[in-house]
Ligand binder design. Structure first.
Ligand code: GAR
Length: 186
């Protein structure tokens, strides 16, 4: 039976597309049934439309607080049996409202070898720090920024490459690693 995945994203959506594509071509025995997006202008929404994936868009500032919008998201998610929630460039902390409902079923991808270089602009942080090796991590989500138990990691050599080249290498690794992690968990 097809497993059901919901993806949360805020921006570009290349990881969203990699997962949707892997479902569409049968590499993952799963279906992306919903995109949750906190930025109505994000490119990821256009990508979802291309795959005919329903989108729930919301603007956090129109809610009293995080608990209020997460409660609404839980109500929407609970209309179906969601097997896995994948954060893919979702630039917000998740609270107990979602975590309690989907314990152990929310994962994230982050472009560094966690626990180093958490937070925003992780690729740039690593690049400017002088380390020779960085990478990509998939992990279970908890209440902290890029925290939670690590699932998989792949290292990427920085060598003498330009920042843009490193970003491209990391994104290519992300798109492959996220599929492998999802496959393993499903
Ligand atoms: C990805 O590099 C992802 O690892 C990162 O945001 C980017 C989203 O790109 N996530 C984080 O930094 C989480 N802390 P995408 O929108 O093209 O998938």
């Amino acid at each position: 039976m097809y497993k059901k995945i919901a993806i949360f994203a805020s921006g570009n959506g290349s990881n969203f597309e990699a997962i949707a594509q892997a479902c569409a071509n049968g590499r993952l025995n799963a279906e992306v049934v919903l995109l949750i997006c906190d930025n109505p202008n994000a490119l990821v929404i256009k990508r979802a439309e291309k795959f005919n994936i329903p989108v729930f868009k919301f603007e956090p500032k129109t809610y009293a607080n995080k608990a209020e919008y997460e409660t609404e998201i839980v109500q929407i998610l609970k209309k179906q049996t969601i097997d896995l929630i994948c954060l893919a460039g979702y630039m917000r902390l998740v609270s107990e409202v979602l975590l309690n409902e989907y314990e152990g079923k929310i994962i994230n991808i982050h472009p560094s070898l966690l626990p180093t270089f958490k937070g925003l602009n992780a690729i740039e942080q690593a690049y400017h720090s002088g380390v020779k090796i960085t990478g990509v991590t998939t992990h279970f989500v908890d209440k902290t920024i890029d925290g939670g138990k690590i699932i998989d990691q792949v290292s990427v050599a920085i060598d003498n490459c330009e920042l843009q080249e490193l970003e491209e290498k990391i994104h290519a690794v992300e798109h492959e690693l996220y599929i492998q992690t999802i496959k393993k968990l499903l």
